[in-house]
Write a protein that binds this ligand. Structure first.
Ligand SMILES: Nc1nc2[nH]cc(C(=O)O)c2c(=O)[nH]1
Ligand code: SF4
Ligand SMILES: [Mg+2]
Length: 241
């Protein structure tokens, strides 16, 4: 590389780090859901979502609410590094709405040597292909929240995502009713799923005990129950925990 090329590269790198992302909140807590539940984790919640799930518990992450702040990739990485957690959850909203910025943020977070796991909570409505291609680090994983009938958004699912999830990714079904349970079972029959599968009851619609009974009766030996631990630890309506 010539000196000129190196200077241009350096300028590009600097510009990239200045790209802004609209944010709702950044906080350190323990992960409440999925296989990393219980680990101290820094949450980076981006603003904006193309879906409007009936039972959404982060309605403050899209209009008519506003982004609380705009931060550069550099600033987000700095804030994450200032915490002691070695895990990051990139969530929203829909964090993959900002394809270029989200890709770069994931790449930069993965470069932090202390980080062991960076997981992305995505709705399943955004094609994962570009992210799987461009973010090479094995530390980065996707947790796809498959929207069932009860969400009101099931037709928004980008179905090819389901078979693209890798063994370390997670496919989460948030289940509000028996109809949702049946739909989730049907998805597992129709697709070749390689990743971890989670069934999670909608907080005030379905009791965990009822869901467990259905899971056992159906003989779903490879499906894990996932509860929203943070709603047991703190007030279920509290933000930033
Ligand atoms: N503790 C805690 N765990 C979580 N797992 C997923 C969350 C989310 O809002 O995406 C969440 C959250 O908001 N808090
Ligand atoms: S995809 Fe997530 S953030 Fe968007 S409306 Fe549904 S639950 Fe809420
Ligand atoms: Mg979520």
């Amino acid at each position: 590389m010539s000196t000129d090329q190196r200077a241009t590269q350096l300028e590009n790198d600097q510009l990239v780090h200045e790209l802004l992302l609209p944010l709702v909140e950044i906080f350190e807590t323990v992960e409440g859901e999925g296989t990393a539940a219980g680990y101290p984790t820094t949450f980076v919640r981006l603003f904006g979502c193309p879906l409007r799930c009936v039972w959404c518990d982060t309605k403050y992450s899209y209009p008519p609410y506003h982004a609380e702040m705009s931060l550069s990739i550099r600033d987000i990485v700095q804030r994450v590094s200032a915490n002691q957690a070695r895990r990051v959850c990139l969530t929203g909203g829909e964090p993959l709405l900002y394809e270029r910025q989200a890709t770069l943020l994931l790449q930069e977070l993965a470069k932090l040597p202390q980080m062991v796991d960076i997981h992305v909570e995505t709705s399943g409505a955004i094609d994962l292909t570009p992210f799987l291609q461009e973010v090479q680090s094995p530390k980065v994983r996707y947790i796809l929240d498959y929207k069932l009938f009860g969400s009101g958004e099931t037709e928004k699912m980008h179905l090819p995502n389901v078979e693209k999830l890798r063994v370390t990714d997670e496919l989460k079904f948030v289940i509000a009713s028996r109809a949702d349970f049946e739909q989730a079972c049907q998805v597992l029959e129709d697709y070749e799923v390689k990743c971890i599968v989670l069934f999670s009851p909608v907080w005030d619609s379905l009791s965990p005990s009822e869901l467990v009974q259905w899971m056992l009766a159906r003989g779903l030996a490879e499906v894990k129950l996932s509860l929203q631990t943070h709603k047991f630890v703190w007030d279920p309506n509290q933000r930033g925990v």
